[in-house]
Every structure is written in C-alpha cells, then in structure tokens.
Design a protein around this ligand. Sequence first.
Ligand SMILES: Cc1cc2nc3c(=O)[nH]c(=O)nc-3n(C[C@H](O)[C@H](O)[C@H](O)COP(=O)(O)OP(=O)(O)OC[C@H]3O[C@@H](n4cnc5c(N)ncnc54)[C@H](O)[C@@H]3O)c2cc1C
Length: 461
Amino acid sequence: MANSHDIVIIGGGSAGYAAARTASQRGADVAIVDRGPLGGLCILRGCMPTKAILRTAEIASLMRRAKEFGLSPVEVTADLEKIVERKDRLVREFADYRIEQLRDPRFTLYHGDASFLSPDRLQVGSRELDAKAFVIATGSTPNEVLIPGLSETGYLTSDALLDLRDRPASMVVLGGGPVALEFGQFFARIGTAVTIIQRSGHLLSHLDANVGIALKDAFLEEGIGVFTGTSLQRVVGSELSKRVYFHHQGREVHADGALILQALGRRPLIDGLRLDRAGVSVIDGRVSVDETMRTSQPHIFAAGDVTNLYDIVHIAVQQGELAGFNALQSAGPLRSFDSRLVTEVIFTEPQIATVGLSEMACRAGGIPYLAASYPFADHGKAMCRGDRHGFVKLVASPAGGKLLGAQIVGPEAGELIHELIAVMYYHGTVADLLRMPHYHPTLAEIITYPAESLAEKIGLQ
Ligand SMILES: Cc1cc2nc3c(=O)[nH]c(=O)nc-3n(C[C@H](O)[C@H](O)[C@H](O)COP(=O)(O)OP(=O)(O)OC[C@H]3O[C@@H](n4cnc5c(N)ncnc54)[C@H](O)[C@@H]3O)c2cc1C
C-alpha cells in the first residue's frame, strides 16, 4: 500500500521548503522527503557558514591595517579551531530552526533517499508514496573533474574545507568563481599562502571583465597569487605537499600547496532519483524546466540548484514558491519566473554585487544600452573608510534611461545593490536615482554620479 499525498516535495532545502510552505498555504496535503542531514546547503555548507568565517577574515584584515588609521600595529594570530567552533554554533542555531520548520505538523516528513518507481509513485526506503504532483528540489553536489593526477594526489571541496581545523601553510585554489574566491581570500587573510588558478581570462567569467579585473587587483595587493587565462595540465604530490602544473602565457608553470581546493563548480544532484522512470527529461545533467518550473512531465516541477539555472539561494526560494504554486494549479494560468531582477552577491572584499543586465549580456542579446561607472577611489565616504577598490556601474536604456542593470565592486556592495534592485523593481530610470535624496556622506551617494553621467548623455536633465 502506498501513502498518498496531494504533493510530494523531494528535498527539504531552501527550494523544497519554500515549495512545501506555498503548497500548504493553498490547503494541500504536503509531504517532504529528505535523506538528511536536514538543513539544506545554504545553512549547512553554503551561504551561512561561509559568511560566518568571512567575518573573521574581514576583522583580521582591518586589524592588520590598524596603523593606517592611527592605531598601534596589531599582531593577528588566527585560530582556525575557534573560527570553526563559532561557525558551527551559528550553523547549529540556523539548522535547528529550519528542522523545526520541516517538522511542522502541516507537513509529513519522510527520511530517506527518494527514487521514482513511475511518474506517480516514489520509493523512500521501504515505503511507497503516491502523489498528484511532485517537486524535485534535490540541490547540487561538487563537480568531479578529470585533471590527470588530481584525484590520486587528493583535494578538498568547499564541503570538506569548512571543517578543517588546522590552518594549512599554503593552498592552491582551482577555479575563479564565487566559492573559489570567498574561500581563497578567507584562507589568505588567516595566514595561508594562497594561489588561485582560473581558466578564463578574468575572475568571475560570467560577469563583465572589469569586475574580475578590479577584484584581481585587490587580491594581488593582499598578496594572493592569481593566475587567469590558464589551462590545467596535471597534479602531482603527496598527502603533505601538492604541485599543480598549468599553462600560462605560453609557458608551463606550477603552483605548490599543502592543500588543493577544487572549486570548479557544482552539478545538479539527481543520482539515484530514476528520473527516467518518471519521464522527466535531463539535459546536460540538469532537470530541464520551463519558466513555470515545469519539467517535461506535466505534473512534476523542479526548483533550485537541481535546475542548474542560477545556484543562488533567494532564487531557489522564488523557484520553490513558483513550483509549489503551479504544481497545484488545476485551472487558471501558471506563474512564471521573472529573470529581470536576477541578483548576485559575492562576499569577497571588495564585495561584488550585480542586478539585471551586464554590458556583456546586453551585447550578447543585441540590447541597446549605455553604461557609466564611477570609482570608489574618488568617492569621499569610501576614502574616509579607506576603501579605494572598485566602482559602481549602471547600465541603462538609451531611450528614456530605464535602469537595465548594475554592477558594484566595492565596500558594502551587497547592501548598496538593494537601492538599485528597488528602482528596477518599480521600472525606474537613472533620473529617478537623481531625484531620490541621498544622505551625505554615505557610500550610497556614489550611485548618483554614474546616474548623472547617463542622464546627461540621454538628455534627461
Ligand atoms: C560554499 C557555498 C557558498 C554559497 N554561498 C551563497 C551565498 O552567499 N548566497 C547565495 O545566494 N547562495 C550561496 N550558495 C548557493 C546556495 O547555497 C544554493 O543555491 C542553495 O542552497 C540551493 O538550495 P536547494 O534547495 O536547491 O538545494 P539544497 O539546499 O542542497 O537542498 C537539497 C535537499 O535535497 C536532499 N536530497 C538530495 N537528494 C535527495 C534524494 N535522492 N532523496 C531525498 N532527499 C534528497 C538533500 O538532503 C538536501 O536537504 C553557496 C553555495 C556554496 C556551495
């Protein structure tokens, strides 16, 4: 006998919980299946633990700069054991709260690995579950990459690195995306000699080149080794010492480290789900969905990292809400994901924050645009704070000045971007940014300078 529910959500992470909450608010009988540990990537091994340890790195960096601010020089000694203990305490607190939410009597929670038996039936351990609709929200796992000698020599992924309690003397980081850069800077700031090796011509290859270039300059200034435009060749070494050979500027060179962080991306976690039995199409290893989060099987939806569209938590939540709503929509239109306001923040220093269209995306899509930037090095409040790296760039429509996107590299970029998200949410223009009051002296004031350049170019003043 199978247990029957209106909807079964596979995965109780950010996307799955959002889907379950939304479906339950619509009066559905909701079951969640999770194999555990409960809490989801963001809380257990993603956003929250990394931001907890990065706070230590920020403080260490400021302490080292004490003299610049007229304070006596400060000796900084990092105790990774204590840093990890603090992080673990916070993660426990966040995870306990999420587990309480998942155990809410509104839902039936099943522990175990889910595997489809047919489009309407799921196996979870010795149980079978039937449902009218399903949401797949099983998240992602680190990519396995084929570099000669890498797996024999040994490496860590971000999952394992978060539990390291002895600070390594040196580390080679493979990759130049958000995870590589946040971890690379954290370890460098607690005293590890870090070398980052990135294949593309600049860090953060999915963003405009000047973003990655500004970050690279800041990293080099901090003493972090950064190689871009490389091709990884092979890895040799032992438990204690590893060497990565790569091509750079036409020569073979190498970098040494006590540890290798393999941060070459994550892939959707669909192992064992038997999506073939459910009739759900998998394209390039990801569950393929349309803009309503529907898979190739009309009553099965998917949300979050398993779709491999963004790998960003608030988007996983948005997608989960859509999937939870649409899966129960028997009549009436389905809701669609709106990618206009896609936002990303990378918590390095300087921080990186983006919303909407970049110049690169406008060019690729043939979208007419104008862009203007202003550097933090020339902005009074940033100068008072001693934060001279980076810039604010606005991208606007030449016809009318509607804000199409923004990129910020600099202090508190992750907070500053929210003003631009709000203006874009209301379909505002660069002229609106000029009319809105900005307190002086604040970091936010910097936004008015590129807005002014664009308004002049467009003839809005
Ligand atoms: C180091 C790191 C830092 C990050 N920092 C940020 C950040 O600062 N900001 C940000 O927006 N994003 C960040 N992310 C990305 C963010 O964490 C993810 O996009 C988000 O957590 C994905 O949520 P999800 O619900 O799709 O998947 P998950 O949270 O991974 O949930 C999937 C759930 O499915 C369960 N599951 C998997 N397979 C099965 C199965 N077969 N049967 C039953 N259950 C199963 C798992 O146990 C898990 O609970 C970071 C990621 C990493 C790795």
